[in-house]
Ligand binder design. Structure first.
Ligand code: KIV
Length: 272
């Protein structure tokens, strides 16, 4: 168990802020049920995400778009039962936060019915107001920038974001505006390492990266990718931790240790 956990042992947003202030890295993984959640927690991982990636890795859909709020509540509730210490973050799925009223209603359901402690939403211009409203209502919020899979059809596929100067500056400005609006955590997906480092150094809130290089405060991956059971081709930014591990617990422990020791992600898992 981490030395930075709260006296009651529960990881909170405050714990992650302390990690950032102390220059300590932390790990995060997705989970979709109680049994895996318990193993992920036992391995030492601080933040568990019930991601809408469950649409692809659990439900076998091609994108995350079909996932519903009820799906998220069901998986969040069963993950919650497997956890005692780790922080539970849950995604608002596609089109469940298209107005501030709808967003508040669905975030409240994820917290009350699903046991979520932090609500994650994918960033778009509209969301600045939502982040403010969430903050006013005391809802911890994580804003997901860079590659936002719910915009798959709009982006025309899954691509690294922020490679040119204009989009990079835009993302940096968005990150600062989100912090100003009250975001508790930022998550950067598929962003060049140098831009991710600049964003991480420019905000005081913890930044979690996936395909965003080694310099973000925390790292996150999809559980089924590191256990090599995800359908299709493994993404460049992930790593098969079952290779060389005798059990699932050992594989997840190695991931957690490598993140804390800054040996994952290596340059081959990152983008320029
Ligand atoms: O849905 C998900 O699992 C995610 C992670 C890839 C960050 O958003």
């Amino acid at each position: 168990m981490s030395s930075q956990a709260t006296p009651t042992g529960r990881v909170t947003v405050k714990t992650l802020r302390k990690y950032k202030a102390g220059g300590e890295k932390f790990s995060s993984l997705t989970a979709y049920d109680a049994s895996f959640a318990a193993v992920v927690e036992e391995a030492g991982v601080d933040v568990i995400l019930v991601g809408d990636s469950l649409g692809m890795v659990v439900q076998g859909e091609e994108t995350t778009i079909p996932v519903t709020v009820d799906d998220m509540i069901y998986h969040s509730r069963i993950v919650r039962r497997g956890l005692q210490r780790a922080m539970l973050m849950v995604d608002l799925p596609f089109m469940s936060y298209s107005t501030p009223e709808q967003a508040l209603h669905n975030a409240a359901r994820l917290m009350k019915e699903g046991g979520a402690e932090v609500i994650k939403l994918e960033w778009g211009e509209l969301q600045l107001d939502m982040v403010r409203r969430f903050t006013e209502c005391g809802i911890p919020v994580c804003a997901h920038l860079g590659l936002t899979p719910q915009a798959y059809f709009k982006m025309g596929g899954y691509r690294v974001q922020g490679r040119d100067d204009v989009t990079a500056e835009h993302m940096l400005a968005d990150a600062k505006a989100l912090e100003e609006a009250g975001a508790d955590i930022l998550l950067l997906e598929c962003v060049p390492s140098a831009l991710a480092r600049m964003i991480t150094e420019s905000v005081s809130v913890p930044v979690i990266g996936i395909g965003a290089g080694a310099d973000t405060d925390g790292q996150i991956l999809v559980l089924y990718d590191i256990l090599d059971i995800a359908p299709g081709k493994r993404t460049r930014f992930s790593k098969n931790y079952m290779e060389g591990s005798g059990s699932i617990l050992e594989a997840i422990r190695r991931y957690d240790e490598e993140v804390r020791a800054r040996t994952f992600p290596a340059p081959e898992h990152s983008f320029e």
